[in-house]
Design a protein around this ligand. Structure first.
Ligand SMILES: *[C@@H]1O[C@H](CO)[C@@H](O)[C@H](O)[C@H]1NC(C)=O
Ligand SMILES: *[C@@H]1O[C@H](CO)[C@@H](O)[C@H](O)[C@H]1NC(C)=O
Length: 453
């Protein structure tokens, strides 16, 4: 800990009460104030928060993360295996997308957002489509990059996102938002959202496979970001977030007790959150079960929104194997809202086809592409785009069992490794659950329902 230097005396005058010091830990150093700050009353009403003052980078190795999991060798193929991992044609078969189910309108578009210096390469996308895009009409390049892509190697997350949003939302014009910098060492979500708010023409659907522990961010920042999600919803944008790859998560309180650890923005009531599934038989296009990594649970910050009140109440009343109530805030926003396959994908990154890529990072762009396809059909009929999906989705499903989504009813996701819950979080049940939401898309039926919505 040392003197923070002359610039900081100016900052101390601007923010009375703050006392800046430089904190050094190994090769890293940060400037922070251990004391509270004040702002002049006249300024306060114009400020949402002052960042970078109090919170230290989290001790855990990675808090900010892209949700794609590096390839790890999986089980070997069984005799006579029918597929050796998820490819666009496997996905399209499972979700009943035919050759005709591709985008037709030049003025429809979809996007994914990248953070943490993750870049995609157009050449990887072209190779991916050459290898895996033979059975459906598609585009092989991203039309528009907002922001600067670095010149380095392609990132696995970025490669996965563009390859799969463009396979599900096939032949739909695709944008990538490449977001530089950090918010307190994590993704600058607010800067990305302010950029969207500042643009008048932009894609209707946004897929984001990044997230942070909800408790690693300040309340004021969470609320401010949440307001931007509300603005996006009002504009008719659909914003989808990956639910995370750590099941219910786990956090040790200062007193030593364990609790689940929700992820943000997955826990925002104004985004649509996508969980993960796996094929019951990993080598067949078969029914889906919970992928044990699928993020899900209850926000400790955002109360449960009305649109999901009945669904979550029903889950809490009827689930038989609920974890102890001290592990989660049962009145919080519950997520995910729906799911898709998240296990065992093929991705081309740096010209190399890689198997066994997993995570809700994979399921999110798949659902995003399907939503963009439904927008395409709605726009063809002169209907507005779907916009914020959750109220429509919950209303649709609460009418009774619907064929629009494949309900996932088997399997539990992971959580704290302790003697009380023994690594188990929540379990999938019929209809909505905080592991796979309402289930996975059955495209023709979902389209039918959402054309009528
Ligand atoms: C692909 O989309 C374009 C509009 O962007 C459309 O003109 C074209 O017909 C579509 N391709 C196919 C095979 O439907
Ligand atoms: C919004 O756009 C205006 C005008 O182009 C620009 O001056 C401003 O910096 C932009 N703000 C953000 C947050 O991008």
């Amino acid at each position: 800990r040392g003197d923070a230097g002359p610039c900081h005396s100016t900052a101390e005058r601007l923010l009375p009460g703050a006392k800046f010091h430089r904190y050094v830990s190994g090769p890293r150093s940060v400037v922070r104030s251990p004391t509270p700050y004040a702002v002049p009353a006249k300024l306060a009403e114009h400020l949402d928060f002052v960042g970078g003052l109090h919170r230290f980078p989290a001790k855990r190795k990675v808090v900010s993360r892209a949700w794609a999991t590096e390839p790890t060798p999986g089980a070997q193929s069984q005799q006579g295996g029918f597929h050796l991992g998820v490819t666009p044609s496997v996905l399209r078969k499972r979700y009943n997308l035919t050759k005709e189910d591709i985008g037709a309108l030049p003025n429809n578009s979809q996007a994914c957002a990248q953070f943490l210096e993750q870049y995609f390469h157009q050449a990887d996308l072209a190779e991916f489509m050459l290898l895996f895009g033979g059975s459906f009409g598609h585009r092989s390049s991203v039309d528009h990059v907002v922001g600067q892509q670095g010149r380095g190697k392609a990132g696995l997350e970025a490669s996965l996102d563009v390859e799969y949003i463009m396979s599900a939302g096939a032949n739909i014009s695709t944008w990538v938002f490449s977001n530089p910098g950090r918010h307190e060492t994590q993704e600058p979500f607010l800067a990305w959202l302010l950029l969207l708010s500042n643009m008048s023409a932009l894609p209707w659907v946004h897929s984001v496979s990044y997230g942070d522990d909800e408790d690693s961010l300040s309340g004021a920042y969470l609320q401010r970001v949440n307001i931007e999600f509300q603005k996006a919803a009002v504009r008719g944008l659909t914003v989808l977030f990956a639910s995370g790859d750590e099941g219910a998560g786990c956090r040790k309180s200062p007193g030593g007790a364990h609790a689940f650890r929700p992820s943000f923005p997955a826990s925002s009531p104004y985004v649509t959150t996508v969980g993960g599934t796996a094929f019951k038989n990993p080598f067949l296009v078969s029914v889906e079960v919970t992928d044990y990594i699928s993020g899900g649970g209850f926000s400790n910050v955002f109360p449960r929104p009305d649109y999901q009140a009945a669904a979550v109440k029903k889950f809490l009343q009827s689930a038989t194997k609920l974890p102890p109530s001290s592990y989660y805030n049962s009145s919080g926003r519950a997520y995910p809202d729906l799911a898709a396959l998240s296990d065992n994908y093929w991705v081309v990154s740096n010209r190399i086809p890689l198997p066994w890529v997993s995570g809700t990072s994979a399921s999110t762009p798949v659902v995003a592409g399907i939503v963009a396809l439904i927008n395409d059909r709605r726009l063809q009929r002169g209907l507005p785009t779907l916009g914020f999906l959750n109220p429509i989705l919950y209303k649709l499903q609460e009418k009774g069992p619907s064929a629009a989504l494949f309900d996932v009813t088997q399997g539990c996701h992971l959580s704290c490794l302790d003697a009380v819950v023994e690594g188990q979080g929540f379990c999938a049940v019929p209809s909505w659950d905080p592991v796979t939401g309402w289930g996975t898309p059955n495209y023709p039926q979902l389209l039918k329902a959402l054309l009528a919505a």
